[in-house]
Design a protein around this ligand. Structure first.
Ligand code: 5GP
Length: 138
């Protein structure tokens, strides 16, 4: 069952802050506060969905359309060698926040991902990376 008080629902309602990168009618994109690589951001549907099982197909398609847009922008913004796209379902699947989201993570040859839910990124770095993505999208 979808919990309306999850952290991403609160971000969507503007109840807690985030570093916004992009939004359209169906999706919202913001920086991951504990990035596994600098520039790591998250794509979410605006409509409530706990995970891939209960997500409306049109919302999921919109999320993937935005994910492609952001992956291209991320490669450009960070001059990345590659992009990792991840989506986790249920605790056993690695999910921590129960509003469906897709991770878009810039990758560099020979550089391993940092731990999942590791250190909180410096606020100025989150702003800088969001600005780079916004510029690459325009
Ligand atoms: P997952 O649920 O797929 O395991 O990952 C949840 C992601 O949300 C993690 O990468 C974590 O760093 C990120 N995250 C958790 N809490 C917050 C938050 O309050 N703000 C932002 N921007 N990201 C968060």
């Amino acid at each position: 069952m979808y919990d309306d008080n999850n952290i991403f629902a609160k971000i969507l309602r503007g109840e807690i802050p985030c570093n916004k990168v992009y939004e359209d009618d169906a999706t919202f994109v913001f920086m991951d506060i504990m990035p596994r690589s600098s520039g790591h951001c998250l794509v979410i549907p605006k409509s409530p969905a706990r995970d891939i099982y209960d997500c409306d197909e049109a919302a999921l398609a919109a999320v993937m359309k935005t994910t492609k847009k952001i992956a291209i922008a991320s490669k450009k913004a960070f001059d990345a060698d590659g992009i990792t796209v991840q989506q986790f379902n249920e605790s056993a699947g690695g999910q921590v926040v129960f509003h469906l989201h897709v991770h878009v993570i810039p990758r560099f040859e020979g550089v391993k991902l940092r731990p999942h839910s590791g250190d909180i990124e410096a606020a100025n770095m989150l702003v800088e990376n969001a600005d780079k993505l916004i510029a690459a999208l325009s």
